[in-house]
Design a protein around this ligand. Structure first.
Ligand SMILES: O=C(O)COP(=O)(O)O
Ligand SMILES: [Mg+2]
Length: 234
């Protein structure tokens, strides 16, 4: 019996940064270009890693705050636009796929599941990255931070992706790396699995996920355990 029959699972929603890809080298480079353009010293890659997960505007706000600049929305907007220009010029130069990512997507397709990327990164950038790694046929749905009116940790993006794949919150599982992923899944009424070693600076165990895995190679084992737990409770 496959995972789909065992659990009624129809769709898997994958976060992008820190879950499917390690994008922090390119994001940190763009962040430091932005800081330099404002006359500020660069941040360490590890510092930037802890700032990722709530979208580029939040990252820009956090990076400038780390240099003592606290800005209101109006002052932030042109800096976010400049950050998008820097990052948009180099989305993939040093970004790599995380271990097990392609295999997990392929296994999902083989199991007959619908797959989506649900990321706070802008949709256009996300589609470029998905295409760069040749994943667009595996992942037909890409929902970015500017696709809906709200972004993670609000539930809207997850509900939108699930609906596009013909799934409901009960038949979709979110797979991510940060608090935004767990909180959005909870708000949407979905189960959530967290992959260790992602961004955001909070230990995976402390995020409140249904399950924590070391890499995406462990995803289908975790999904089977989740289904068994649900069946045992039913
Ligand atoms: O914060 C971002 O811009 C994107 O992060 P996510 O892919 O982890 O949602
Ligand atoms: Mg992430």
């Amino acid at each position: 019996m496959g995972i789909q029959d065992a659990s009624g699972l129809k769709a898997l929603l994958f976060d992008l940064d820190g879950t499917l890809v390690d994008s922090v080298p390119d994001i940190a480079a763009a962040t430091n270009q932005l800081l330099d353009s404002e006359g500020h010293a660069p941040l360490e890659v590890d510092e930037v890693r802890r700032m990722i997960g709530h979208g580029i505007p939040k990252l820009v706000e956090r990076a400038l705050a780390a240099r003592g600049r606290v800005l209101d929305a109006e002052a932030l907007a042109p800096l976010v636009a400049r950050m998008n220009a820097f990052y948009g010029d180099n989305l993939t130069g040093r970004t790599t796929l995380l271990p097990g990512a392609v295999e997990a997507l392929e296994e999902g397709v083989r199991a007959g599941l619908g797959l989506a990327v649900v990321t706070n990164k802008p949709e256009g950038f996300s589609r470029t990255i998905v295409a760069h790694f040749g994943l667009e046929d595996l992942v037909p749905v890409v929902v970015g931070g500017d696709t809906c009116a709200t972004r993670k940790p609000a539930p809207e993006m997850l509900l939108h992706a699930a609906a596009k794949l013909g799934a409901t919150p009960a038949t979709a599982v979110m797979v991510g790396d940060s608090g935004a992923d767990v909180d959005s899944a909870r708000a949407a009424g979905m189960k959530v699995i967290v992959v260790r070693g992602g961004y955001g600076g909070v230990a995976a165990e402390d995020l409140g996920a249904d399950m924590v895995i070391d890499t995406l190679a462990d995803l289908f084992g975790a999904l089977e355990r989740l289904a068994q737990t649900a069946n045992a409770r039913a």
